[in-house]
Design a protein around this ligand. Structure first.
Ligand SMILES: Cc1cc2nc3c(=O)[nH]c(=O)nc-3n(C[C@H](O)[C@H](O)[C@H](O)COP(=O)(O)OP(=O)(O)OC[C@H]3O[C@@H](n4cnc5c(N)ncnc54)[C@H](O)[C@@H]3O)c2cc1C
Length: 616
């Protein structure tokens, strides 16, 4: 019977899908649902999204408070451990990625930030000076991606929040909102950066400049709930007859006719990770294109299982190479999180986040205002203030470290059998970073502020080490890919991170504006002073991931190891694109979700209208 008779266009069985669609999107996550919504807005273009996870209304997704509910709910996450990290005392690290409709946007910590203009212009620089992958080329899509709802007047005034709506849009179903409350300590901790010469302060997080600033939360301010790709895009498209979603289904591979993508093959997840020749396999064909949006960990897996990837790897897994594309699964990047723990003995700014646990009057007020009208501290996710600072501001050795990076034999930091094109791309990235390390346009340092008596999260925004995400040759179809961060494989990473910790120490311990709080350094501890001691400490404690996997299907020229071109089309294949964090050639210096939305919005235009006309 005709599909129109189905009440719902969300299927739990692949067999209910049509035989053919204009576009098939692999992965109903952050990017996939954005593209699906845009492509179906005309009411005609037919799109099928195939998603591994389920539609979920779990409170772990919707709850804003604290920002960590989603990532604590293992039913919403893939179960992947990295390979033991050679440079981290053989520790394995949990690889977190959302396994639900909405993808990682359903489980993330809701920090809503953009990186610096230089970071986006770097992407295009690997192609040409006039590339449309630049800050100016992306800004319209950042505006399309989110609806900015300013903070309320009272909290704006009491916390001295600054913002500038000219960097934001108001048409998207995904919201950048603000809590109705801020702890006074947050403003004080921001102001304390004025005790260090040269630290810039920025009016709005969307301006593309590094500095200390306020940023919003992925939150629908009217409901005070998470705003994400499911609410902002799937829910908008769900009543269109030309939008179909099949859940609980894992795409095994792209179906190719020669080197043209003609569809996808998928299996139900409930039957367990299936073999390549499962009888439960469903094949659906695409009239126009297949778009892979399975995220930084799984997009390279889908390509490799389809015979698109490094020939040597594919043959070791008994997969016929259709296109020998050495970059697939290489160039893997994530933001390292550095442990540096300081505690204030004399933090006198109240109420503080600690008071929500320790002060019964305050905690009962917190509960009361939340129950009454969803206001107060429970509307705060991970916080809204941080420092994002350029390397010359934080390190007295920026010139030397920049020169050392430029002079490196870059290939030595890569796996021994790295393809020359991938090595050439790595070298291009390192030369770009060498310039950035000695320049005030790119942020390398990120300290997220808590407003409380302890410091927040310290992040290296531009790691130099590159890892790999490859199928397991012994069991390519039935196991998760082998995720290797190759943490600290570029020796300069530890040197840079040592200076990030030294700067944090200076902020807390040697700063006229934090002095009264009387900080104690708990980790690494005052005895850690030399680069060698810091390297030792990092090997013991570093987390190579802030859950921002990227780079594994890089948008770079093919001769630089790229996987997709500037229109996000996979090299050597017709009718196949990748649209998600895996196409970032280098990490943006900030949490990645807003960048994924912007890239997906731009991709929807590229798919529908082709590249922008060059401006003469
Ligand atoms: C725990 C956590 C905290 C984070 N915190 C923040 C934050 O505070 N701020 C921020 O900006 N960013 C944050 N991020 C990062 C940000 O959420 C991601 O970068 C972004 O959502 C990635 O979007 P994506 O489209 O690339 O992938 P995803 O959104 O992960 O989408 C990929 C989708 O593909 C599906 N899929 C995978 N393989 C297959 C297959 N074979 N067949 C079918 N479907 C498949 C997945 O189930 C998933 O739904 C966080 C991420 C995590 C995991």
């Amino acid at each position: 019977y005709p599909r129109e008779h189905h009440a719902s266009k969300v299927f739990v069985h692949g067999r209910d899908a049509d035989e053919q669609y204009d576009y098939i999107i692999v992965g109903g996550g952050t990017a996939g649902l954005t593209v699906a919504n845009r492509l179906t807005e005309d009411g005609k273009t037919t799109v099928l999204v195939v998603e591994y996870g389920q539609l979920s209304n779990s409170a772990s997704i919707t709850t804003v408070q604290g920002g960590f509910m989603g990532m604590s709910d293992t039913t919403l996450l893939y179960d992947i451990q990295s390979v033991p990290q050679t440079n981290l005392r053989n520790r394995s690290i949990a690889v977190l990625a959302g396994k639900v409709v909405g993808g990682s946007s359903a489980v993330n910590a809701m920090m809503t930030v953009r990186a610096t203009a230089a970071d986006y212009t770097r992407w295009g620089s690997f192609f040409s000076a006039g590339s449309h992958w630049s800050w100016d080329g992306l800004l319209p899509y950042f505006k399309r991606a989110l609806t900015f709802v300013p903070p309320g007047a009272a909290v704006t005034k009491s916390a001295s929040i600054t913002y500038d709506t000219s960097y934001w849009g108001n048409t998207s179903g995904v919201y950048a909102g603000w809590p109705s409350f801020q702890y006074p300590g947050t403003t004080a901790q921001m102001d304390a950066f004025k005790g260090i010469p040269g630290v810039p302060f920025v009016k709005d997080s969307g301006s593309g400049e590094p500095g200390v600033y306020w940023y919003p939360t992925f939150m629908d301010p009217s409901r005070v709930e998470r705003s994400y790709a499911r609410t902002g895009h799937h829910d908008k498209a769900a009543n269109r007859t030309n939008y179909h979603l099949v859940t609980g289904s894992r795409v095994l591979r792209v179906v190719l006719n020669g080197t043209t993508a003609t569809g996808v093959s998928f299996v139900p997840v409930s039957s367990g990770p299936s073999s390549s020749n499962s009888s439960s396999e469903t094949v659906v064909s695409a009239r126009k294109e297949v778009i892979i949006a399975a995220g930084g960990i799984h997009s390279p897996q889908v390509l490799q299982l389809s015979g698109i990837g490094p020939r040597k790897l594919l043959s070791s897994a008994n997969i016929t190479t259709v296109v020998d594309l050495p970059g697939v699964g290489q160039n893997f990047q994530d933001h390292p999180m550095i442990q540096a723990t300081f505690m204030y003995r004399n933090f006198t700014l109240h109420p503080s986040p600690e008071d929500a646990f320790l002060d019964r009057n305050f905690s009962s007020w917190v509960d009361t205002v939340w129950a009454a009208n969803r206001t107060g501290p429970n509307s705060i996710a991970t916080g809204n203030a941080a420092a994002w600072l350029p390397f010359p501001v934080i390190s007295p050795r920026s010139v030397d470290i920049s020169s050392a990076l430029a002079a490196q034999n870059h290939t030595l930091s890569l796996p021994p059998d790295t393809d020359p094109t991938v090595a050439a791309g790595y070298r291009a990235q390192m030369l770009s970073y060498a310039a950035a390390l000695n320049n005030n346009g790119t942020a390398f340092y990120n300290l997220v502020l808590t407003g409380g008596n302890t410091n927040g999260i310290l992040v290296d925004l531009h790691p130099l080490s590159r890892g790999t995400v490859n199928i397991d040759p012994t069991n390519p179809y039935t196991t998760e890919p082998l995720v290797d961060y190759r943490a600290l494989s570029n020796p300069l990473d530890a040197v840079i991170m040592a200076d990030l910790i030294r700067f944090t120490r200076r902020y807390h311990m040697d700063n006229p504006l934090t002095k009264a709080w009387a900080a104690t350094e708990l980790a690494p501890g005052p005895e850690t002073q030399t680069d060698e001691q810091f390297a030792d400490y990092l090997a013991e404690t570093l987390s190579p991931s802030e859950f921002h996997p990227a780079g594994t299907c890089a948008m770079m020229p093919r001769e630089l190891g790229g996987v997709v071109d500037e229109e996000l089309r996979v090299y050597g294949v017709r009718g196949l694109r990748v649209v998600d964090a895996s196409v970032f050639p280098t990490l943006p210096g900030g949490n990645t979700c807003q960048s994924v939305y912007a890239v997906a919005e731009k991709a929807a235009d590229l798919i529908q209208y082709g590249p922008p006309k060059a401006v003469e």
